[in-house]
Design a protein around this ligand. Structure first.
Ligand SMILES: Nc1ncnc2c1ncn2[C@@H]1O[C@H](COP(=O)(O)OP(=O)(O)O)[C@@H](O)[C@H]1O
Ligand SMILES: N[C@@H](CCC(=O)OP(=O)(O)O)C(=O)O
Length: 379
């Protein structure tokens, strides 16, 4: 196994700013019993504490089919897709109410987001989802994401919210994806069938040996470790580390983000910044244009610096904070692209001004730079 020095990599979990937590069906419903409300409250308490410490939290919650089955008194997961969809529709109501109630105890609101994989491969819907989710995070609301089971057939058959968790991590450039599950992590063989299997503490998400040990899941969720390992590879594209973590352990989330050696950490091959830049270069569509003066072009191209508002001469397009913009020199040649820390209107107000005037011009300061160098790629 491609083991790496444990403590060093665990530290990156302590630095998590934006976290996606995905919780599987088996865990949420205590292996198919009704929703485990006490545990849900426990996880909400841990997430609320993380939010108070400044971490942005996005939740991907499975469990609609399993909760619906319990409510309808079905003991066996039906194979008929329409019955699965009916169970999901019933269960989703209880699921979101339970999360809303659990977070309410901490003065935090939640929002229901139902997505399909198709939504995230369609450019326009992808950007819509991204903007809505970013706005919710700005409002300190916890998005509770699940698949839109009524309109899909493949996903509901294969039950794969692990992938949805990874896509959410890509979409929001999260630094950490936690897959909470019913095992302590990824083992070198399925512990349900091999009681002496050993927990893998750390590996590269791309390691082929990791793929080989990951088997399918139980009867409720079904994705198993195979979809978790694939999700870790997807999340690694945008630089996120994935932690497969036992959700039944006390304070599992709190301990993991304090850097304790719990669960299996699946790391991106490239440093987060390099991975994010590669992903930025290939995966996002530009929403606007900044025309830069010669000094700013030199700072970005030759000195690898961040872009400051003072070096911007013109702003085109209508983009939101955090969206991708391209940077051109005054002759129209493309210099690069990056994520802009201010929306188009604010950027227009700031252009040409030194950063110490930002507060006076806008009444707030998001950051002194318009585009941080970690979020910029040269073309
Ligand atoms: N190498 C492995 N290590 C740990 N669990 C494994 C492994 N291979 C298969 N599994 C199975 O994956 C299951 C978890 O996946 P799944 O049932 O889909 O859960 P979830 O609902 O959390 O997504 C475990 O209960 C276990 O039986
Ligand atoms: N939308 C389905 C997703 C099922 C699913 O992915 O389950 P899991 O493998 O337990 O995360 C549900 O909520 O039941």
């Amino acid at each position: 196994m491609n083991m790496t020095s444990s403590s060093h990599h665990r530290q990156r979990l302590q630095q998590t700013r934006r976290l996606v937590v995905k919780i599987g069906s088996a865990l949420l419903t205590n292996d198919g019993e009704a929703l485990d409300v006490a545990r849900i409250q426990g996880w909400a308490t841990q997430m609320a504490a993380l939010m108070k410490a400044g971490v942005e939290v996005v939740l991907v919650s499975s469990g609609s089919v399993a909760a619906g089955m319990a409510q309808l008194g079905w003991r066996q997961r039906p194979s008929d897709v329409h019955e699965l969809q009916a169970a999901a529709a019933v269960g989703q109501m209880e699921l979101v109410q339970t999360w809303e109630h659990a977070f309410q105890q901490h003065g935090i609101r939640t929002a229901q987001i139902l997505l399909t994989h198709d939504d995230l491969s369609n450019r326009k819907r992808y950007l819509n989802a991204r903007s809505a989710l970013r706005t919710l995070l700005d409002l300190r609301v916890v998005p509770v994401i699940n698949e839109n089971d009524t309109v899909v057939t493949d996903e509901i058959r294969f039950g794969d919210n692990d992938t949805l968790g990874a896509l959410a991590a890509n979409l929001l450039e999260a630094d950490t994806l936690i897959l909470l599950t019913d095992q302590l992590g990824l083992f070198d063989a399925d512990p349900r069938h091999h009681p002496d299997a050993q927990l893998i503490e750390e590996a590269l998400a791309e390691d082929p040996k990791i793929r080989a040990v990951a088997g399918g899941g139980g009867v409720l969720g079904r994705g198993g470790m195979a979809t978790k390992v694939r999700a870790a590879r997807l999340a690694a594209r945008s630089g996120a580390a994935t932690l497969v973590l036992g959700g039944r352990e006390d304070e599992a989330l709190t301990r993991a983000l304090a850097g304790e050696p719990v669960g299996t950490l699946l790391l991106p091959e490239h440093e987060p910044i390099t991975a994010r830049k590669r992903w930025l270069a290939g995966h996002l569509q530009v929403k606007g244009t900044l025309v830069l003066d010669a000094g700013a072009v030199r700072a970005l191209r030759d000195a690898g610096k961040s872009l400051l508002p003072v070096g911007v001469k013109r702003v085109e397009g209508d983009f939101r904070r955090g969206e991708l913009v391209q940077c051109l020199d005054e002759s129209g040649e493309r210099i690069g692209k990056g994520l802009c820390n201010y929306d188009a209107e604010d950027t227009r107000q700031l252009m040409g001004h030194p950063s110490h005037q930002i507060e006076a011009l806008l009444g707030y300061v998001e950051s002194p730079e318009l585009i941080h160098r970690d979020n910029f790629v040269l073309i």
